[in-house]
Design a protein around this ligand. Sequence first.
Ligand code: G6P
Length: 612
Amino acid sequence: MCGIVGAIADRDVVPVLIEGLKRLEYRGYDSAGIAVVDANAGDVRRVRRTGRVAEMEAAAQAEHFASRLGIGHTRWATHGGVTEGNAHPHVSHGELALVHNGIIENHDEQRDRLRKLGYAFESQTDTEVIAHLIHYYRAQGNSLLAALQHAVKELRGAYAIAVIDKRDPDRMVAARMGCPLLVGLGEGENFVASDVSAIVSSTRRVIFLEEGDTAELTRDGVKVFDANGAEIQRDVHVSDVSLASLELGPYRHFMQKEIHEQPRAVADTIEAVMDNRGFSASLFGADADAVMRDVEAVQILACGTSYYAGLVARYWIESIVGIPCAVDIASEYRYRDVVANPKQLVVTISQSGETLDTMEALKYAKSLGHERTLSICNVPESAIPRASRLVYYTRAGAEIGVASTKAFTTQLVALFTLTCTLAKLRGKLDGDIEQSHLEGLRQLPGSVQHALNLEPQIVAWAEKFASKQHALFLGRGMHYPIALEGALKLKEISYIHAEAYPAGELKHGPLALVDSDMPVVVIAPNDMLLEKVKSNIQEVRARGGEMFVFADADSHFGESEQVHVIRTPRHVGVLSPIVHAIPVQLLAYHAALARGTDVDKPRNLAKSVTVE
Ligand code: G6P
């Protein structure tokens, strides 16, 4: 969703801001803007546009924007429509400019108060309130930092903020509560950003601000203050985000690139297990053994694709570990009365580590007394792992396409590792079985590559889907979540309405929809449910439906005019959902391509959903 970048330097920062905003585009946004302090004119200048960063960039170039101090923002509308007037930065009295991520809950109250103090509002946003509030405290004689510190004390809600002021052209200030914000440390220049990718071509040395922190940046230094206003030293991290993972390279879309990166991403994610020569609690953190040893149940919390990864894990955990596993959509869990069990391991799954509902569900679980918390996450130092006792980082590399692909398969690898670890701690994984699961993982990147090699056959199918309005996905057992994921991928990027059902449920409703216009995708690996799936397929066939079956090499499916089959080269046992995720990703990608949609930035969606 919204993104922030800011820079103070001895060079023109406008290209830094524009490049930063382009790197933040993947998060999803509908307008963009920058504001700079023009030291010569003693002014704050701003340019904002709805639509793409490139349009705003063209406007900034046309107006010859250049400055050594500036802030930029990509906005995903919440309070107030998608208009230039609502786009950030917001300016107070032509003096102070501010960008903000998050939502201010008491904005109405503050707006009334500020109106009485003579402030006029130009936008419908909650953000403009903060700009005026800081201006108000500035007018009381406070420094820019002190004014910010006074103002944030009066805000309720979530924010990451960066502020510049034309009366103080050698300073930028920033604050964080509930939304990520980091400070980048350069040589004679410093930066703020909501995401390290925005500044990685200028510096890799970063300080992650903590809840309630404020920061003051000059060209030569950075000071960080805690929630009580006391100066504090925070650790400096060196980011290992690779520039290559942020570039398209030879690919047409990030989604395509990320689908093809999966053999590498899977191999990187299992590396720790291989180095360790087996499953052990230490893979999850220093005190993981104590946390996991007497776990009686698992509760998984996640949203979107990450939730579907959790659904697969339930099958693994209940069958391999033999303990109950519940999986909840985070936004549901956080608002229901939950029966807490302190011996439950609460596992959050999040690619970004900043999905608000998942974070709030975790906080809720903790408030109920759950102390055994584990985060499976792809972004080091993001909010959810920081709030969790144990962490397992997937090593997918930066995922830019809104539709999650390599994050999903690496989450599954992490969840399988968790399953085997819990089983081992409970004496449920004897040496031979452990070795066979390790071997399965070792072979997995190759199996994923084999599935990717099916792409030409899938392209041919996708062309048939392009003209359809609806599609049905069927799966059974641990492949039912893969059917769900396939339907989600197709709908989010191709805008074809798609639904997934457990194949056994077909005759309880969806069969009524089946006709020759409704393609039915079936995930049918060679497992114990294969014969059942074959009967379900007959039910579709008898109603004139056209079927597209993903099977394994040895599944013995008869093909006909109505039944098309693509076979993955080999069946990989319990790891089969990971391999079967690949063809449904490719199908969605190529169907979207055939329909000409904006694959990496599907309409109305965001990569990181940091609002409710
Ligand atoms: C958004 C993204 C999805 C993602 C979901 C959960 O909806 O578009 O791709 O699966 O959020 O995100 P998370 O970062 O928590 O995995």
